[in-house]
Design a protein around this ligand. Structure first.
Ligand code: GDP
Length: 421
C-alpha cells in the first residue's frame, strides 16, 4: 500500500504494528565539532526566552483568591475585575489576565485565570463545565498549533500549568461539589489544594482540618500535585507534607517588631502571611516559584497534554502502537533534553572550577613574581647601602687627608711669614 494513501486513510486500516523507532548508533568523533558548547548556548537561550506560567484559581467567591494572588506575587496583580455578585452571574466566568514579571534578567509571562462565579449558583453541576471547556480549549489550541508547520517553532502556551483549588475554612469534610470538581480537574491539570483564610482557624483546627481534607482526597482518588507525580524531586518531597497548603492573603502591611510585613491586623493581634507558624504561604510560594516550576511545566506537557492528545488521536483512529511510538519518541526527546540540561549544569560547574583554578594559578604566579621583585629590591637596597657606606668612608678619608694637608700647608706658611718678619 503506498505510504501517502495509507497516511490519507489512516485509522481506516487495521494496525500494522508493532512500530519501532530505529535505534541510534553511537559515533566516535575524530575532531571536536563544538557540540560541547551547546549547553552554554542553551543556557543563554533559556535565559533570554521568557518562562510561561499559567495559573488558574478556582473556589467560591469571597475566599480570598484575588487577594492571595496579589500577595503571592507581592504586587497588586488584580483589582476586582468583575462585580462579585453571585446573583448577577448565571454562569462561571473565565477571566485570564496576563502579566510580565522580570527579575534579574529572567522574564516570567504569567497568566492568572480567575473563575468567578464557581460554586455561587444554585445549579452547581454546571459550574464545572466552563472551566473544563477552557482547559480543553487550551490543549486543543496547542494541539492544532503543534500540527501546523507555521507554529512549530514556538507554540504559544496557554495551557494551565497549575490550578489552585481554594477550600473554604469550614473544618468539615469536603463538600460533594468540591469532591466532584477536584476529581474531574485533577485528571486534566496539576491541582494544588489550598485552605483559604487560615487565620480563621486555630492551630489545632488547622491540623485536624488538613487531616480531614487529605483523607477525603485519598478516599476519592484525587490526584494532587506534586504527590501524585513521583519523580526524583528531593527538594519537593520536603514540601509535600504541607498539602493542603493553608494560606492567608493580605493587601496591606502591618508593623511587627519595627518591620513592615504582609499581614492582617486584628484587635487581638497580628497574623503574618510569611510566618510559617501562621500558615503555609511561604511553602506554597516555594513550591510554585522555586522548587517545582519546571516540574509543573513538564508534568503539564508530558502527563496532562499527552493524555489529551492520545485521546484525540485515538478518537481519530490512530492505532495504539503508533501512539506508543509517539510516546516513546517524545520520551526520548524529553530524556535527551533532560540530559542536556544536566550536562549544562555539569559544564557550568566545570567552567566555574576551571576559572577558579586559573585565577588561583594566576594569583600564585603573581605572588611569586612579587616575591622575586621584593627580593631584588632588597638586594638593590643592600647594594646601595653598601655603596653609600663605602662612599661615606671614602669621603671621611678624603676629608681627613684634606684636613691633614691643610694643616701642613698652614704650618709651612707661618714659618715662611716668620722668616720675613
Ligand atoms: P475572591 O472573591 O475569592 O477573589 O476574594 P477576595 O480576594 O476578593 O477577598 C474577599 C474578602 O476576603 C476581602 O474582603 C478580603 O480582604 C478578605 N480576605 C482575603 N484573604 C483573606 C484571608 O486570608 N483571611 C481573611 N480573614 N480575610 C481574607
Amino acid at each position: 500500500m503506498p505510504l501517502e494513501y495509507a497516511l490519507q486513510h489512516r485509522g481506516l486500516f487495521p494496525d500494522p504494528g508493532p512500530w519501532k523507532i530505529p535505534q541510534t548508533r553511537a559515533v566516535i568523533l575524530r575532531d571536536n565539532l563544538g557540540i560541547d558548547a551547546l549547553p552554554r548556548q542553551r543556557f543563554n537561550k533559556t535565559k533570554r526566552t521568557p518562562y510561561v506560567l499559567n495559573i488558574m484559581v478556582v473556589g467560591e467567591s469571597g475566599l480570598g483568591k484575588t487577594t492571595f494572588m496579589n500577595t503571592l506575587f507581592n504586587t497588586p496583580l488584580k483589582e476586582e475585575i468583575l462585580p462579585k455578585n453571585p446573583q448577577a452571574t448565571q454562569t462561571v466566568e473565565i477571566v485570564p489576565v496576563h502579566y510580565e514579571l522580570v527579575e534579574n534578567g529572567v522574564t516570567l509571562n504569567l497568566t492568572v485565570v480567575d473563575t468567578p462565579g464557581f460554586g455561587d449558583q444554585l445549579n452547581r453541576e454546571h459550574n464545572l463545565n466552563p472551566i473544563v471547556e477552557y482547559i480543553d480549549n487550551q490543549f486543543e489550541a496547542y494541539h492544532t498549533a503543534e500540527r501546523s508547520s507555521e507554529f512549530r517553532r514556538a507554540i504559544p502556551d496557554t495551557r494551565i500549568h497549575a490550578l489552585l483549588y481554594f477550600i473554604p475554612p469550614t473544618g468539615h469534610a469536603l463538600k460533594e461539589l468540591d469532591i466532584k470538581a477536584l476529581q474531574v480537574l485533577s485528571t486534566k491539570v496539576n491541582v494544588i489544594p489550598v485552605i483559604a483564610k487560615a487565620d480563621t482557624l486555630t492551630h489545632e483546627e488547622k491540623s485536624a482540618f488538613k487531616k480531614t481534607i487529605l483523607r477525603d482526597i485519598d478516599f476519592n482518588n484525587i490526584r494532587t500535585f506534586p504527590t501524585a507525580y513521583p519523580d526524583d524531586r528531593e527538594s519537593v518531597e520536603e514540601l509535600e507534607k504541607y498539602i493542603p497548603f493553608t494560606v492567608i492573603g493580605s493587601d496591606t502591611f502591618v508593623e511587627v517588631e519595627g518591620k513592615k510585613v504582609r499581614g492582617r491586623l486584628y484587635r487581638w493581634g497580628v497574623v503574618e502571611v510569611e510566618n510559617e507558624q501562621h500558615c503555609d504561604f511561604i511553602h506554597l510560594r516555594e513550591l510554585l516559584m522555586t522548587h517545582a516550576l519546571h516540574d509543573l511545566l513538564e508534568t503539564s506537557h508530558t502527563v496532562h497534554y499527552h493524555n489529551f492528545r492520545a485521546q484525540r488521536l485515538r478518537s481519530s483512529g490512530r492505532p495504539e502502537s503508533i501512539l506508543a511510538c509517539d510516546d516513546s519518541y517524545e520520551h526520548r526527546i524529553e530524556r535527551s533534553k533532560q540530559n542536556m540540561a544536566e550536562d549544562m549544569i555539569k559544564k557550568e560547574e566545570e567552567m566555574r572550577q576551571n576559572f577558579v583554578l586559573k585565577v588561583r594559578e594566576k594569583e600564585a604566579s603573581l605572588r611569586e613574581r612579587e616575591e622575586q621583585l621584593n627580593q631584588r629590591r632588597q638586594q638593590l637596597m643592600a647594594e646601595l647601602e653598601e655603596q653609600r657606606l663605602a662612599l661615606a668612608a671614602e669621603e671621611r678619608e678624603f676629608q681627613e687627608l684634606y684636613n691633614a694637608s691643610r694643616s701642613t700647608s698652614v704650618s709651612k706658611g707661618s714659618k715662611i711669614f716668620g722668616k720675613k718678619n
